[in-house]
Design a binder for this molecule. Structure first.
Ligand code: ZN
Length: 82
């Protein structure tokens, strides 16, 4: 099987290997760094911890998958003194 086919297959089945979010990912509501990625039928939305919480109830109804990295936010706040 060509490597490309194996990769495609892995991408479809392994939902836990969603790429980690970076400082380049920005909240769609306010432009702050995003820590939550919401997968929808039609695309995806990014939210900071604040807006993810604010819209959580509505998002859960329409999301096909929610990738939450807000735990990472607390870790960074505790250790980063830059
Ligand atoms: Zn926001």
């Amino acid at each position: 099987m060509p490597a490309r086919d194996r990769w495609l297959h892995a991408d479809v089945t392994a939902t836990t290997t969603t790429p980690a979010m970076t400082a380049l990912d920005r909240c769609d509501a306010c432009g702050a760094q995003a820590y939550v990625r919401v997968q929808l039928e039609s695309g995806e939305l990014l939210f900071c911890a604040h807006h993810a919480r604010k819209h959580a109830e509505a998002l859960e109804k329409v999301a096909t998958d929610i990738h939450d990295e807000t735990a990472r936010l607390h870790e960074e706040e505790g250790t980063a003194a830059r």
